[in-house]
Write a protein that binds this ligand. Structure first.
Ligand SMILES: Nc1ncnc2c1ncn2[C@@H]1O[C@H](COP(=O)(O)OP(=O)(O)OP(=O)(O)O)[C@@H](O)[C@H]1O
Length: 679
């Protein structure tokens, strides 16, 4: 029995090569193919000669008045000429390097040709023949993204073939009441009109329904993942010791902010429940997430479990380790560090201590999720800067233990719309308050010929006993040039400030050297730290109050905000100077946004507007889902609706038993069958 999950080679003309070409486009089944939608359409309505301008792309229709002639030229190149009578005017159409078209063009029949019109010569450079079914005055030709192993035409043919045979099998997933309420098309109509629209209105309507369908299915998957997490028997109930927590809090060097207290309560209450915790902790730079994480780690330990903290870099692991070991020392918690650069003996010992349970808290990089590492009793995994970890790595860590509770931390504030799409399956705790006594960071944007006042400020702050970061960007294409930039700047600073210690920190240093330099800066043995972006994550030196960023227009907004967040972490007045001569409007807007606000959530929204969602986190590991049709930013209103409606369905019918919800149930089952449920 045919089914939409049939592999693509169920179609005629699909052999091994095409299977792999299609696979590269993400198409494995006939269903995938039918839902592989064009990203735009070309207007191929036939037009009359009178209205054509020179060089326009058009479709002309006419009678073939002489047999086509193919001639060769150059090496392996061909030219096909054919004379066509269009509105009583004989014109010559030339196709380059498509000799096979000869058989498709027959004298005394009608053809429709899409190409570029040459008004002077009354001729056309043909790009393709429009099949009569698709052509006539129907007008819209879909354009698909393809790769070099498969041509547009082939894809169109396959889609037509698939549509003819399989269209009756297309079923609906968006429940009827929703479809009615939001005036959405049925799946069969969506698929038809996306591929074969009669006009642009059809195409637009189909796109709207297709986008909703896609967002709705995504939200359903999030709801379902969430429901799985919430199953009573899926997780651990960590019965933490409240008294011990209170004692620990008394030892802290500061009073927790109200926001910190609130999120700690949310987190430990969640840990205590027997379901699987899957929670995101977000807060602006410097809002004090680390201590919240430490309290969660400690809570797990008081419940008799081990707890792990996984961070993206060795430097950060080291820093956290120092700090956390110190904080937990009075509570007699043993803390260990596991990174890739441990010596074999140290590593073996640490791995052993993790396996026997001698270590209560383990801090590390992704060395933590290697196969050789076995935890005695892992109850909680905290993952810092989680967008740098792929989804799979997160799951890997989860599998390490008895399905430990998971707390993710991110310092990149996520605008609400994106939080819904990316972390839809998680609960979110937000620290929305900075510790008391912080002054807003004064931010100024200066042109590169205005640096005098920056140096004046640098001198006066250093004289007052403060420290400074000086950052120059890393431009990935050329590490050598980057390094030279940083070295030049370092020399300049050293000369300009002979009475202070200046140090240079860059990515090519050995980890040990980086650590030493950071340590020296933290102890105020170094006053000026010239650095490439290595300082971006995690540096926490309260005495540093000046951040100078050269070529600031090279950085994205969230990076600039991260960098600026390195200062203003203590009670000194802090300053951030952005030195940049931006050339384009987007870069100018970024500088202006930085000057205008220090609120990371506001900046994140701004960033999204300026750059689009893929760029906010900078790389493909952003963890952001990619949609085929929908655009989480442009369609954010629709996303909100899809989120609400999917939530309502899972609230009222978590088992998806209602007849209207069978489409969703089948969709989820199919994802699980194909192992695509999680990622
Ligand atoms: N309640 C508080 N009162 C005073 N200082 C605090 C408080 N909580 C945290 N701090 C201090 O504020 C600084 C920033 O805290 P922390 O490093 O946890 O921030 P963060 O949220 O992780 O920031 P980032 O993401 O920028 O690294 C640290 O020096 C920390 O000791």
């Amino acid at each position: 029995m045919p089914s939409l999950s049939d592999p693509v080679n169920a179609l005629k003309g699909v052999g091994e090569k095409r299977v792999s070409a299609l696979h590269q486009l993400g198409i494995d089944t006939v269903g995938d193919l039918l839902f592989y939608f064009p990203f735009r359409y070309e207007d191929i309505r036939t037009r009359s000669l009178a209205e054509l301008g020179d060089g326009e792309k058009v479709t002309l229709k006419g009678l073939v008045i002489a047999p086509p002639v193919v001639s060769r030229f150059g090496r392996n190149r061909t030219r096909l000429n054919v004379r066509v009578l269009v509105e009583d005017l004989p014109i010559v159409v030339t196709f380059f390097n498509q000799p096979w078209l000869k058989d498709k063009i027959v004298e005394n029949t009608e053809v429709a040709v899409f190409g570029i019109w040459n008004a002077m010569k009354h001729s056309m450079t043909g790009q393709r023949l429009i099949a009569q079914a698709e052509g006539g005055n129907a007008g819209m030709s879909p354009i698909y993204s393809v790769n070099k192993h498969i041509r547009q035409r082939t894809l169109v043919d396959l889609i037509e073939q698939a549509y003819k045979q399989y269209a009756p099998l297309l079923t609906d997933v968006v429940p009827v009441p929703l479809r009615r309420h939001y005036k959405l098309e049925e799946t069969a109509t969506i698929v038809h009109d996306m591929h074969f629209p009669r006009n642009s209105e059809d195409a637009r309507a189909a796109r709207r329904s297709a986008a909703f369908r896609e967002l709705f299915l995504f939200e359903c998957r999030m709801q379902s993942l969430r429901a799985d997490n919430n199953k009573e028997d899926a997780g651990l109930a960590l019965n933490y010791d409240l008294q011990a927590m209170r004692e620990f809090i008394k030892t802290l060097p500061f009073e927790l902010t109200n926001a910190q207290k609130r999120v700690v309560n949310e987190i430990v209450a969640d840990m205590k429940r027997p379901h699987h915790m899957n929670r995101l902790l977000q807060g602006d730079v410097g809002s004090g997430k680390t201590i919240v994480a430490v309290l969660a780690l400690f809570a797990a330990v008081t419940a008799g479990y081990q707890a792990a903290l996984m961070v993206p870099t060795e430097i950060l692991a080291e820093q956290h380790y120092q700090k956390i070991a110190q904080l937990l020392a009075p509570m007699h918690v043993s803390v260990g560090l596991l990174t890739g650069s441990l010596s074999a003996t140290d590593r073996a010992k640490t791995v052993h201590d993790i396996a026997t349970g001698r270590l209560n808290v383990i801090i590390g990089t992704h060395a933590l999720i290697q196969d050789t590492v076995k935890f005695a009793k892992l109850g909680l995994a905290v993952i810092d800067e989680q967008h740098r970890f792929g989804v799979n790595q997160r799951r890997e860590l989860r599998r390490k233990g008895l399905s430990p509770d998971v707390l993710m931390m991110t310092a990149t504030p996520i605008p609400r719309t994106l939080a819904i799409t990316t972390y839809g399956e998680m609960d979110v705790s937000t620290i929305d308050e900075l510790p008391a006594g912080r002054h807003p960071i004064v931010t100024e944007w200066l042109k590169s010929n205005q640096t005098r006042q920056v140096y004046d400020r640098l001198r006066s702050e250093l004289a007052a006993g403060a420290q400074a970061y000086v950052v120059t960007p890393l431009i990935a294409e050329s590490e050598a040039i980057d390094l030279r930039n940083a070295e030049d700047l370092y020399e300049k600073m050293t000369k300009a400030l002979p009475q202070y210690h200046v140090a240079l920190l860059h990515g090519q240093l050995k980890n040990q050297d980086k650590n030493d330099i950071m340590g020296a800066f933290a102890r105020n043995e170094v006053q000026v730290l010239v650095a490439t972006t290595v300082v971006e994550v995690g540096m926490d030196v309260a005495n540093a109050n000046l951040m100078i960023i050269f070529d600031a227009d090279r950085f994205g907004l969230s990076q600039l905000h991260q960098l600026r967040g390195r200062v203003g972490r203590g009670s000194r007045h802090a300053y951030c100077y952005l030195i940049a001569d931006p050339k384009n409007q987007v870069a100018i807007s970024r500088m202006e946004a930085m000057v205008k606000t220090t609120d990371g959530f506001v900046l994140a929204e701004e960033d999204l507007k300026l750059r689009g969602p893929g760029d906010v986190f900078g790389d493909e590991q952003s963890g952001l889902p990619s949609f085929n049709v929908a655009d989480p930013v442009g369609d954010s209103a629709m996303l909100d609706v899809a989120h609400g409606e999917a939530g309502a369905i899972f609230d009222t019918d978590p088992q998806l038993q209602a007849p209207d919800h069978q489409g969703i149930a089948q969709y989820l089952a199919e994802l699980k069958r194909r192992n695509q449920y999680f990622d």
